[in-house]
Design a protein around this ligand. Sequence first.
Ligand code: TTP
Ligand code: MG
Length: 366
Amino acid sequence: MNKTRKIIHVDMDAFFAAVYIRDHPEVKGKPVICGGPANSRGVVSTCNYEARKFGVHSAMPSFKAYKLCPNGIFVKPEFDAIKEASEIAKEIFYEYSDLVEPVSIDEAYIDVTENKKSIASATQIAIEIRRKIFCKTKLTASAGVSYNKFLAKIASDMNKPDGLMVVTPLKAKQVLEELPIGKFHGIGIKSEGKMNLLGIRNGRDLKERTLKELMKHFGKAGSYYYNIVRGIDNREVTTKRIRKSLGHERTFAKDISDVSKMVEILFKLAEKISKQIQERKFKAKTLTLKIKYANFDVVSRSKTLDIPFDQDRVINHLGKKMLLETLGPKCKIRLLGLSVSNLVWENDKKDKQELFSFFKSEMPVI
Ligand code: TTP
Ligand code: MG
């Protein structure tokens, strides 16, 4: 039986900033920027919609945010309050369904096709969820309702902030055709640029391209693009979110050019990552090094091993190798990052034995 699913995507509005403003009402109505201090070398976590009018956005360097919005109020996110609000929202979702997939601290998919309250209308549930979140946290959330995850996610973004949008199967075609290519979840900035070069600016343009053509330009992702623009997304709402990567980075107070200092920092990052993946009982096959140079150019390099790893010396060895291969002479850098991906859960004994012999034979201990 192929029953049409009912999926809700909920995403809190300007989350970190909204929590701060709720708890510090004196800043209400002013542009509030959460993250690194004004004019510092940190980055913006998020900002409220007042600050967005000045062009400030997440992941922007704080000094740039300061230039755009010198009267902005720069504040640190208050994580205890943030986590508490996130938990309250999650509890509300579970009142309706156990099929809840938290995607990040402020967003989740909920499959309400069959729900605990036997409410036939997913829209009604979304209305109730938004109202309850506001009652219990004094924060607003936006929600999207549709028949798959992709469309529900697109929908929740359409009437932000404090909005609700329902995309029925009848409406999906129009919504998708009119959607600017950069708004397609899963099409990153790079692919967006490539699509623009190919003359693809919105869903309508994308739909005109054949599967073969899209796969030629975008590889496997091409078939994903081909399907989503037709409203096809069969991904289930999964209750256990599978982590795809884990990483850390450090922005330095001053640009550094001393390689031994970089290696030292890399080692600390490797130790931290190793500890965290071991705690979570998974291993990784790919390590990615990120370098941001003093002029803000960013390069990243990845290495993938056949055998999964979780030990700091392996991570450090690979990271150091990539760093030395990548750095030009007299390079000044402002940020170093390491992340692991291609994650696998800790496996059977055979895997571990292979891992052990691999270390003994192939990995020099540093
Ligand atoms: P988002 O939901 O992407 O953003 P938002 O809730 O602030 O704003 P919107 O109304 O557009 O949903 O991210 C949720 C929180 O995650 C955000 O409040 C802060 C944090 N975050 C970062 O710390 N860095 C980032 O680059 C992004 C995108 C988010
Ligand atoms: Mg949000």
